[in-house]
Design a protein around this ligand. Structure first.
Ligand SMILES: C[S@@+](CC[C@H](N)C(=O)[O-])C[C@H]1O[C@@H](n2cnc3c(N)ncnc32)[C@H](O)[C@@H]1O
Length: 270
């Protein structure tokens, strides 16, 4: 158990990111205290897992981290899972959890990242999960293609276009600062239009968009996309009022920025 906790809490750049899979907590209730909802994994899952049919489907989870989504889809939807996670500790954590939960089939975890040139080698699948990976291009991977912020958008269009040839649906979420720094890829109030433009340019259709609409009760709700000038529901709030609420609820700027990220269910229409 101690070894497992050490793996979950590794000090990697993306360590302490996801919550622990609920099946594991069922087995070891004491682990509940080591499962933190920093990135609203449970809320994200609750929203996207009901938007398309995951039952018995072939799923690829790119940048799976410690596998929160994959373990839930495996257990709750009987999905056939392949995870790609380049961080050795995170991938090892996935292997250990598989062992703990006696998962011996229909779940492969590959200790490899998917940079743009590796997309070709991906097997075909029904649904690809691509959560919060692409904004790291330029630092974690593909720095040759993204030497500066200006190159990011076209790169991301190409990345999504290539991925779309491998699957029917992509569940997509990205960050809006480049390399995790404060260099914004777009203005806060343009996050939705910026993403919609990116997805359309990649030749995909948006089936659904989920957005947190209230920082006090953060839950993803369906958001209807217009052609342009989509107003973000939480960015629409008056700044002074918002910072009062954030102070009171101890919502950090990082948490707030994460809450701004929409989730898109994208369909390959070609
Ligand atoms: C910000 S975390 C997101 C984790 C998870 N997808 C989520 O949203 O909860 C980014 C993850 O992508 C992984 N990663 C980094 N480079 C990658 C690459 N080239 N391909 C796939 N995953 C990568 C990191 O190790 C990390 O686990």
């Amino acid at each position: 158990m101690k070894e497992l906790i050490q793996l979950f809490e590794s000090e990697a750049k993306h360590g302490l990111y996801q919550m622990l899979p609920p099946e594991l907590i069922k087995k070891y209730p004491k682990l509940q205290k080591n499962s933190y909802s920093r990135r609203l994994d449970d809320k994200r899952y609750e929203w996207f897992a009901e938007k398309i049919n995951f039952s018995n489907k072939k799923i690829i989870d790119i940048g799976a981290n410690i596998g929160y989504f994959s373990f839930r889809l495996y257990k709750e939807k009987n999905a056939k899972i392949t995870t790609y996670e380049p961080n050795k500790k995170h991938n090892e954590a996935i292997s250990k959890v598989k062992k703990e939960l006696n998962i011996n089939e229909n779940f492969s975890n590959i200790a490899k990242g998917i940079d743009k040139d590796a997309i070709e080698s991906l097997p075909k699948s029904d649904i690809i999960l691509l959560f919060n990976v692409v904004q790291h291009a330029g630092e974690d991977f593909d720095s040759k293609y993204v030497p500066n912020q200006e190159k990011w958008f076209d790169y991301a269009v190409e990345y999504l276009t290539k991925i779309s040839k491998k699957t029917k649906f992509i569940v997509f979420q990205t960050g809006y600062t480049w390399l995790g720094h404060d260099t914004a890829l777009c203005k806060e109030n343009e996050i939705i239009d910026f993403s919609v433009n990116l997805i359309y340019k990649a030749g995909l259709e948006i089936v659904n968009c989920g957005l947190i609409q209230d920082v006090v009760k953060p839950e993803y709700k369906d958001f209807e996309i217009k052609k342009s000038e989509n107003i973000h529901p939480i960015l629409n709030k008056r700044k002074e009022l918002l910072s009062k609420i954030m102070n009171k609820l101890k919502i950090s700027n990082n948490d707030y920025r994460f809450m701004q990220r929409p989730i898109f269910i994208c369909k390959n229409i070609k």
